[in-house]
Design a protein around this ligand. Structure first.
Ligand code: HPA
Ligand code: ZN
Length: 348
């Protein structure tokens, strides 16, 4: 019999996470404390009620409220450290995490302040916790191409071991993704890795633009990929990874009714290098360990399948080759040790 893993086993399974936003990972209690400190009025009295949404637009409205509470470098240090602490508790050993300065730049907080805090939280977590992280600077698509270019230049000037790449988030509707070609070209020239949220609630054509015209090496979400068979074949052939967030697509994007109806299983069957991620674990109150449980249940995946998904995260990451190889060895050893502890046969 092919073994299935318990929820606890899946929580402890070593994982990589490549699609997780530091602001969206923030704890409601922390946002409440920061709101009080900075005299920001929240629309709710109980912080647990802060994270209540049922569409991408509503979600982004709450994202704005969170970001209005983030004023100082220390605020960013705190949410970055806590996000990594929570990730480590969900079994994440390696994470490439987004931060989105566009939301606070428009409130007068300079990107340098944001990065000072994020960098400090990242370094502190590297020192204290069993999770190794790098950051990806996401520019805000609706703010436009000049902002995108500014963010590319800023990111390019930082330590590449800490700030590994550039991405873009927020809405797709009414956005011309081609308008970011110059910013992505500049990012590439500066040696930054490139990704973008595409095909989440927008069409597969946005994925095609990302791959063919923006030089993106990874696609965040890519929910609509299978709508375009030629593009799907190319993404498989080039093993361009997708950072899939099944539950987010149900509760934030509202593009699929439940995880069982998500195209993840079909994407994997076809040979897409699809990874599993939480997106915004704080706001969703649903972390990557919960996501692994949901995916295993929805698709009746065995423990072998879930271990394979975890290893896909290493493959899809932007860690240097020697680090990837060390992660693979470590993960396989931990898979075996967990199987032994839970009385399951060794990996097939
Ligand atoms: N999509 C768009 N914008 C976002 C997301 C997302 O998954 N997460 C945080 N901002
Ligand atoms: Zn996202």
């Amino acid at each position: 019999m092919v073994p299935h893993a318990s929820d606890q086993h899946l929580r402890r399974l070593p994982k990589v996470e490549l699609h997780c936003h530091v602001e969206g990972a923030s704890r409601a209690t922390t946002i409440k404390a920061l709101a009080d400190r900075h005299g920001v009025a929240l629309p709710v009295s109980d912080p647990a009620d802060l994270y209540d949404f049922s569409s991408l637009n509503q979600f982004l409205g709450i994202y704005d409220i969170i970001c209005a509470c983030l004023r100082t470098a220390d605020d960013f240090r705190r949410i970055t450290y806590e996000a990594l602490e929570d990730g480590a508790n969900a079994g994440v050993r390696y994470r490439e995490m987004f931060f989105s300065p566009g939301f606070v730049i428009r409130l007068g907080v300079p990107v340098a302040t944001v990065w000072e805090g994020v960098r400090a939280g990242l370094l502190e977590a590297r020192h204290d916790l069993d999770i190794h992280a790098r950051m990806i600077l996401d520019f805000d698509k609706p703010t436009g191409p000049a902002h995108a270019m500014e963010m590319a230049a800023f990111a390019g000037a930082q330590d590449r071991d800490l700030l590994v790449g550039i991405g873009a988030d927020s809405v797709e509707r009414d956005i011309d993704h081609r308008s970011f070609a110059a910013a992505f070209a500049e990012a590439g020239r500066l040696g930054l890795r490139r990704t973008i949220h595409a095909g989440e609630d927008g069409p597969a054509d946005n994925i095609a633009v990302a791959v063919h015209e923006l030089g993106c090496e990874r696609i965040d979400h890519g929910f609509r990929l299978l709508d375009d068979p030629d593009l799907t074949a190319e993404v498989i052939d080039r093993q361009i990874p997708l950072t899939v967030c099944p539950t987010s697509n149900v509760v934030i994007g509202n593009v699929v009714a439940d995880v069982a109806s998500h195209p993840l299983a079909r994407q994997r069957e076809l040979g897409v290098l699809a990874t599993v991620n939480s997106d915004d674990p704080g706001m969703m109150r649903f972390d990557i360990a919960d996501e692994y449980v949901a995916v295993a249940q929805a698709f009746d995946y065995s423990l072998d399948d879930m271990e394979t998904i975890s290893l896909a995260g290493i493959e899809a990451s932007w860690a240097p080759d020697d680090e990837k190889s060390a992660l693979r060895h470590r993960f396989v050893a931990e898979f075996d040790a967990l199987r032994q502890e839970y009385g399951l046969p060794t990996r097939g």
